[in-house]
Design a protein around this ligand. Sequence first.
Ligand code: SF4
Ligand code: SF4
Length: 298
Amino acid sequence: MTGTIFNIQRFCLNDGPGIRTTVFMKGCPLHCAWCHNPESLSFEKELLYNAERCVGCRKCETVCKQGVHIFGDGAHLLEREKCVFCGECASACQFGALSLAGTEMTAAEIVAVSERDINFYRNSGGGVTLSGGEPMAQFELSLEVASALYKKGISVAIETSGTASGDKYRKIAEFTDLFLFDLKLSNEELYKKYTGGRLETVLENLKVISSLGKDVILRLPIIPDVNGDDAHFEFAAAVANGYPTVKSIEIMPYHALGEEKQRRLGREAAVFRAPDKNEIDGYIEKLSRLTDKPVKRG
Ligand code: SF4
Ligand code: SF4
């Protein structure tokens, strides 16, 4: 089984308990307007171009056989539709202005990288987190990786938007100790508008996962002018309080890093306001008054 991965990050401390390796899979069925990893949205490989780093040496133009890099009047333009994602220009650029998002890897290769840090996992109560993108969207790959790791005694967490089919959650839960489960918005209309998905599916899947007795950390991405309101926190607290399997809640405050990445991908970026520290502390305080579950910043 082969899939497209855009990063494997070792020694992560924020994607579940202990020291973890996080495997970022490419592709997501949603398109959250505030996505902080926009290079994860497409299932295809993509080329990122950072204009601030480009010194105009034109090496990329020399190595690219497809004629993607166009220079004229001091400008460096990319005809992205011609790109075949060979990565030659990214390797040739000495200034780090170009990079390719997406590498094909087999399940066995992902497992081999992930098991390098098995001693760290054991000593810290950590493991491997399958993230993305949406790991459930490359389901067969995720299932194979999760089952192989699980059989080696490595704890597996799945970070998910909760939008795959219930059957898939049932299957992968057999090899999963923890779900990092996103609750993005509190009504169907807003969910559809900002993500393209269905809140009803998300809530159904939380029920499925919880009925299997699997631990859940409920993750709330908070974008102040979209869902930083009392109604959203009341909804999230009611959902969390409804399931003993929800062990804690993490607030994921919006930050603007994704906006710059969107531009590097040649796409227009939606612009949102990021909360300051006082606002974030206020969210945690508000939610803590509505639930007995531990609430922290994720
Ligand atoms: S190789 Fe890098 S620095 Fe040189 S022109 Fe291309 S993108 Fe710019
Ligand atoms: S990745 Fe390959 S095809 Fe695409 S722009 Fe770079 S050299 Fe050209």
